[in-house]
Design a binder for this molecule. Structure first.
Ligand code: MN
Length: 362
């Protein structure tokens, strides 16, 4: 009474939603009309509902699912803004992951392996690995491994964490004897992670019944083809690349805290000291999401790679890593210094690192 209600046609025009969409949104409880005529069933809308309807239309254009829109519409403006920011951050992260996969496939399907070209200089890896219990933990559940064809770090957790990390790395070592073909590398990597997952499952007795502490491992590894490095990554161990004096972190942590950073809910500074920063969203182990990140790195002479468990990256800031890695010296010296840095910062966790240099020659 008093307010002039709009017909569904007039309201559709004002809100830029179709009458069909309006009927759907009514049924979903997203945008109920101000009044429904009990006899004719005609919907009538109040003019002040236009604003909400326009917001629904904008969020549809953004690609937000209807249940999510209903949630956003129930919030005050500040909280709604936060939800939209988080939604968009996830959309961008998904797009970035798909872009990486697309780049991988394009690269894969269009390029011949440079090592097959007679003019390509022969390259090889010079490498070292170290793993240390640290100063607080009673045992070492990390596994670090390096050879001329494989670099790997795995960080086991829970009861059976040590056998889990060892099993994950051992299952990749099978590829050393098979040799890694440059074409078909994507399939080789995908199969290898799946097999590593099964090996971890067996190692922690994932088929046993009864409640048990979650157990499993991270796995971050690089396979050498002679000209490229194929990377597989699950969890919060990391790969850094030192190229032309600059240090790049080339993996993304699969942790709850990193997701919160991606969604703009906390800052990277807050993440560094967050009490739950080691909580993983992906891992190898029973019940875990084992989706691996994969990518292909072209090897350049002079490149230096660092693979490390969180026992290093949590306590040594990237400045400190860069300083050690950029100093002249063999990989063996670098891994010893990195372990010493972690222990010099209290050594709160097991610490593992692998350092590999791309060098001319075979
Ligand atoms: Mn750790």
């Amino acid at each position: 009474m008093g307010t002039e209600l709009l017909t569904i046609g007039a309201f559709a025009k004002a809100s830029q939603l179709s009458p069909k969409a309006l009927r759907l949104y009514d049924e979903l409880g997203l945008l109920p009309p101000a009044r429904v005529d009990p006899v004719t069933g005609y919907r009538r809308y109040a003019p002040e509902q236009v604003e909400r309807a326009r917001l629904v239309a904008w969020l549809r254009r953004l690609g937000m699912p209807l249940v999510h829109i209903r949630h956003v519409c129930s919030l005050d403006a500040g909280a709604a803004a936060g939800e939209i920011r988080a939604f968009w951050a996830r959309a961008e992260a998904d797009t970035a992951a798909r872009r990486d996969l697309a780049a991988f496939l394009i690269d894969h399907l269009t390029r011949r392996d440079p090592a097959m070209s007679p003019t390509a200089p022969a390259l090889s890896l010079r490498y070292a690995a170290a793993s240390d219990t640290g100063l607080v933990r009673e045992s070492n559940q990390d596994t670090a491994y390096a050879s001329s064809g494989l670099l790997a770090v795995a960080d086991g957790f829970g009861a059976g964490g040590a056998p889990a990390s060892a099993a994950a790395v051992a299952s990749l070592r099978r590829l050393e004897t098979d040799g890694v073909p440059a074409d078909g590398l994507l399939n080789v990597l995908a199969d290898a992670v799946e097999e590593a997952g099964r090996a971890v499952h067996d190692a922690v007795g994932g088929t046993g019944s009864g409640p048990r502490e979650a157990a499993g491992t991270t796995l971050t590894a690089m396979l050498w083809t002679g000209s490229q490095l194929g990377l597989v990554h699950v969890g919060d161990s990391r790969v850094y690349l030192l190229r032309d004096g600059e240090l790049f972190q080339i993996t993304h942590d699969h942790t709850v805290v990193q997701s919160m950073v991606d969604e703009g809910r906390i800052t990277p500074e807050e993440a560094a000291s967050h009490p739950q920063r080691s909580l993983l969203v992906r891992a190898l182990g029973p019940g875990a999401d084992a989706t691996a990140e994969m990518r292909l790195q072209d090897a350049r002479p002079g490149d230096r790679y660092l693979l490390c468990s969180d026992g290093l990256s949590t306590v040594v800031p990237s400045d400190g890593l860069r300083r050690v890695l950029a100093a002249p010296g063999e990989p063996g010296q670098a891994v010893r210094e990195l372990v010493a840095l972690a222990n010099g910062s209290g050594g709160p966790d097991n610490v593992s690192c692998v350092v590999a240099d791309v060098v001319p020659g075979v």
